[in-house]
Design a protein around this ligand. Structure first.
Ligand code: MG
Length: 159
């Protein structure tokens, strides 16, 4: 089996939508970035790519490329799952933690897990998303941004 980890961080700004795991979360501020800045999905993409030793999200979807401006990160994750090299693997499980002070994510966790499971083509029971705050410490604690950690296990597909 293969293990992968991913990490991402994006700034929180006014005038942007907050999208996490492909789900739009009601919020006064949103994540800033070249794509939809879905920090959770970005961390998950890097975990998947890492487990398969296929580089990182920046190598596959450069933020200098206009093609990816405003991109739906769920579509980027689907594109990763469609890579020929990924056909060798099946996902055992994925686990992720989102770190942000506000808004509280608990009411949205189930929707996020369902959306990610559907995009990954796995049972929702194989997708775990957790949320925590940064206890008011540092830039994340001052609500300047949000971060996400992700991990995944891949098993070889039976021939
Ligand atoms: Mg990112």
């Amino acid at each position: 089996m293969r293990i992968g980890i991913g990490y991402d961080v994006h700034r929180l700004v006014a005038g942007r939508s907050l999208i996490l795991g492909g789900v739009r979360i009601p919020s006064e501020v949103g994540l800033d970035g070249h794509s939809d800045a879905d920090v959770l999905t970005h961390a998950l993409i890097d975990a998947l790519l890492g487990a398969a030793a296929l580089g990182d999200i920046g190598a596959h979807f450069p933020d200098t490329d206009e093609v990816w401006r405003g991109a739906d990160s769920i579509e980027l994750m689907r594109a990763v799952m469609d890579l020929p090299e990924m056909a060798l693997w099946r996902i055992g499980n994925v686990d992720a933690t989102v770190i942000m002070e506000r808004p509280r994510l608990r009411p949205h966790i189930e929707a996020i897990q369902t959306r990610l499971a559907e995009a990954l083509g796995v049972d929702p029971g194989h997708v775990s998303v957790k949320a925590t705050t940064h206890e008011r410490l540092g830039p994340l604690g001052r609500e300047e941004g949000a971060a996400a950690h992700a991990a995944c296990i891949l098993f070889p597909r039976e021939a």
